[in-house]
Design a protein around this ligand. Structure first.
Ligand code: CUA
Length: 379
């Protein structure tokens, strides 16, 4: 079904991993282009060296070449042609990069925490996994990732995605798996003694099988609902209102705050996103909301990364109706596995279409349903 003309000769070692995501054909096409280009010039230049060495060899001891003063035409030619070739690599590579590193807003979200030496996953519906990730085929999966200790790198070769996770911040990446199956997951950044053991599998399931898998989890509670409990337990509620129209407490009202611009003390504004929420929990005085005092204690060392992600999920769920970013607290219906209530089956119809992309992002030009065809391969 895949469209890339990789010669499928049965080599003892495969030329590239299986193509199991919508990115894979794009990445492979670029890779084949680079290999072809490299082979062409390597062979061409080698042949020219041999040819010229023979043709212009010194035949007599006293032989001297005619002096050459230089050639503008020649110099421009060997400057402009390589420049154009380099630009094709740049433009093509950048277009794939932007596609891969700008997560769509309509996607099923999974939180990922790296830790020496394991990958921990939490689904919005509450299921947690270690070194295994179950996801449906044909749905866009957005990973919000961080680490509890050192830098790790989340790498699934069959999906052609690799993203470092860095202590103290959130990284995002996304993919859409195309084929049910079991795919290797690696840590691709040396992170200590057992780095080589820090891996597992991504299980891509038929959407129906995935729903069954979700239902099989016993006693799971959504991430947002766990976040709500933490919010109560840790006393956040004594300063922060979470009701619509609630009056401001000692801290800002959190209802509907996610995704908004927040004026901060001093100067400027920040977008309330995962990173800002995390910073405000761990380092509250860093960016104080305008009009509020520096009263909030830090929760550094009192919450682990997974708990912080649960709080983030809870705050995201406090959006006004219709703008919910998440399934919301207590949302347990199957459709709540995707943000905005778009079930995986519907996303499949047009997985790369613009769905409220982040500001300024160009709309990917993909014909509906054409994500496995040649048509969307950008030159
Ligand atoms: Cu984690 Cu290498």
């Amino acid at each position: 079904m895949q469209s890339i003309p990789i010669p499928n000769v049965s080599l003892p070692v495969p030329f590239s991993p299986e193509q199991a995501s919508t990115f894979a054909p794009h990445v492979d096409a670029l890779y084949v282009y680079l290999v072809t280009l490299t082979a062409f010039f390597t062979l061409g230049i080698s042949a020219a060296i041999v040819f010229f060495a023979i043709k212009y060899r010194r035949r007599q001891a006293a032989e001297l070449p005619r002096p050459i003063a230089g050639s503008m035409v020649l110099e421009l030619t060997w400057t402009i042609i390589p420049l154009m070739i380099a630009m094709t690599i740049f433009v093509w590579g950048a277009s794939i990069f932007f596609k891969a590193y700008r997560a769509p807003q309509q996607a099923m979200e999974v939180y990922v925490v790296g830790k020496q030496w394991m990958w921990k996953f939490q689904h919005q519906t509450g299921q947690r996994e270690i070194n295994e990730l179950h996801i449906p085929a044909g749905a866009r999966i957005k990973l919000t990732m961080t680490t509890e200790d050192v830098i790790h790198s989340f790498y699934v070769p069959a999906f052609r995605i690799k993203q470092d996770v860095v202590p103290g911040r959130y990284q995002q990446t996304w993919f859409e798996a195309t084929k049910p199956g079991k795919y290797y997951l690696f840590c691709a950044e040396y992170c200590g003694t057992n780095h080589s053991g820090m891996g597992g599998y991504v299980y891509v399931m038929d959407p129906a099988a995935y729903q069954q898998w979700l239902a099989g989890g016993s006693g799971t509670e959504s991430a947002a609902s766990q976040g709500m409990k933490l919010f109560q337990q840790r006393g956040c509620a004594s300063c922060h209102q979470v009701e619509a129209g609630g009056q401001q407490g000692r801290g800002p009202t959190l209802y509907g705050l996610f995704g908004k611009q927040q004026q901060i003390e001093g100067d400027g504004a920040v977008t309330v996103d995962e990173g800002y929420i995390r910073e405000s929990i761990l380092n509250p005085q860093a960016k104080i909301a305008a009009g509020f005092q520096n009263l909030m204690p830090t929760f550094q060392g009192q919450l682990n990364e997974e708990q912080i992600l649960q709080l983030v999920a809870y705050l995201r769920s406090l959006a006004p109706a219709g703008q919910q970013q998440q399934g919301g607290a207590g949302a347990q219906t199957p459709s709540a596995t995707t943000t905005g209530g778009v079930p995986p089956q519907q996303q499949r119809a047009n997985p790369l279409a613009p769905t409220g992309e982040r500001q300024g992002s160009p709309a990917p030009q993909v014909p509906p349903g054409g994500n496995t065809g040649n048509a969307n391969r950008r030159p």
